[in-house]
Write a protein that binds this ligand. Structure first.
Ligand SMILES: Nc1nc2c(ncn2[C@@H]2O[C@H](COP(=O)(O)OP(=O)(O)OP(=O)(O)O)[C@@H](O)[C@H]2O)c(=O)[nH]1
Ligand SMILES: [Mg+2]
Length: 365
């Protein structure tokens, strides 16, 4: 049995963590007290935030698992303030982790674009890697592209630090790409959070089980550490009329992924986990589909979980190589930085002008 730590930082990270707890405890409000977790592993969860109100909003995460870092009401999307706040509270945070025991693996979930999560997460991962022996992975959420220039610039600097950092890899989830999961922003958040939670539970289950063909934490690490240390997940589910072949294809398609990627061209390595009743899992079908992908990208780890009576479900983890969508994001982020800079210079120039014009003048009454 694996010992797993899941940390959510900032509002977005907290909410996704809460969605994971909701899934794991079965969904009813009181189940966090009485229900048993659906995880096969021993899991500890921790929600960290500078804003008390965000922590109060959580419904499925126990009070003892919520850590408030005192800083008024959030760090207002300013990553410099956030970084300082992290340094001031680093020991408090690491102590909260250590109080929860020793782990085999940890995940840190946050948005790349806000203040708290985006500034704490790269530093927290570094601190954990420095101090502990276990693997640490990030689950990093990208913003809707129309959220404004501060969010965009935060996002690219957070990603830059994540890529250069010592994490064992990071799964990216793109709000923009997954917008269709809700008809407005609130339902989109809920839909995205639930989707990430369900896939994450599937992933944990597969890392911690006796499989027919084994994939394990070591294989996951090999996939996640490839290339840019950024990865994403895909998912597909069948019924008795949908072949496992189509389900694998779906997990690699736009409809199945958490980030815009062409797996055949832009992925580096992959892990494919297939679950279901033996009668739906035609081994030739599986092999053909997996070979199609491995022919293009190289190493693929494959795992099969046999479940009596269950429809086929497929989870893919894809490490991201050269990606045109990432490139695009960095370009609009850089654009946002330049525009902010220009705006600042214009204001400074205006202020200098005002000062000059008023020099030697006093109000006359
Ligand atoms: N998927 C998803 N994204 C969210 C959610 N809440 C906020 N976001 C996204 O997260 C980004 C803002 O980051 P937050 O996590 O709210 O910020 P924070 O870390 O709390 O930082 P500060 O409030 O600035 O201290 C935006 O891009 C939002 O679209 C959520 O519940 N789900
Ligand atoms: Mg916040």
């Amino acid at each position: 049995m694996l010992n797993v730590l899941i940390i959510g930082v900032g509002q977005c990270g907290n909410r996704i963590l809460d969605a994971i707890n909701k899934e794991a405890f079965g969904g009813s409000i009181l189940s966090k007290y009485y229900g048993t977790q659906k995880f096969p592993s021993h899991v500890e969860t921790l929600a960290i935030n500078t804003a008390m109100n965000d922590l109060k909003e959580l419904r499925f995460t126990k009070a003892k698992d919520r850590i408030h870092v005192p800083y008024l009401h959030g760090v207002g999307a300013n990553r410099n303030i956030g970084k300082q706040c992290f340094e001031d509270n680093k020991e408090l945070l690491l102590r909260s982790i250590e109080e929860r025991g020793d782990f085999d693996v940890a995940f840190v979930i946050a948005s790349s674009s806000g203040g708290t999560g985006s500034s704490f997460t790269p530093l927290l991962i570094e601190a954990m890697k420095e101090r502990y022996k276990f693997s640490v992975y990030g689950i990093i959420v990208l913003p809707f592209r129309e959220e404004g220039s501060i969010y965009l610039q935060n996002s690219i600097f957070c990603l830059k630090e994540i890529i250069a950092g010592s994490s064992d890899g990071n799964i990216i989830v793109d709000n923009q790409f997954l917008k269709h999961l809700g008809k407005d922003i609130k339902t989109a958040y809920d839909g995205i959070n639930r989707t990430v939670a369900q896939r994450f539970l599937f992933l944990l289950k597969s890392l911690d089980s006796e499989m027919m063909m084994v994939t394990d934490l070591g294989d996951f690490k090999t996939v996640m550490s490839a290339g840019s240390k950024l990865a994403t997940m895909g998912f597909g589910e069948g019924d008795k009329n949908v072949s496992v072949k189509a389900v694998i294809k779906h997990s690699l398609s736009h409809a199945g992924l958490l980030f815009e990627l062409d797996p055949y061209k832009e992925a580096n390595r992959a892990m494919i986990i297939i679950e279901g009743d033996k009668k739906y899992l035609n081994i030739n079908d599986i092999t053909t589909e997996v070979e199609k992908l491995s022919g293009e990208i190289g190493q693929i780890f494959k795992g099969v979980l046999l479940r009596n009576g269950e429809m086929p479900r497929v989870l893919t983890v894809l490490s991201i190589g050269a990606s045109s969508e990432l490139n695009k994001l960095f370009n609009i982020g850089i654009d946002a930085v330049m525009k902010e800079k220009e705006r600042k210079e214009k204001v400074a120039e205006q202020n200098r002008g005002i000062k000059q014009k008023l020099e030697g003048l006093e109000p006359q009454y």
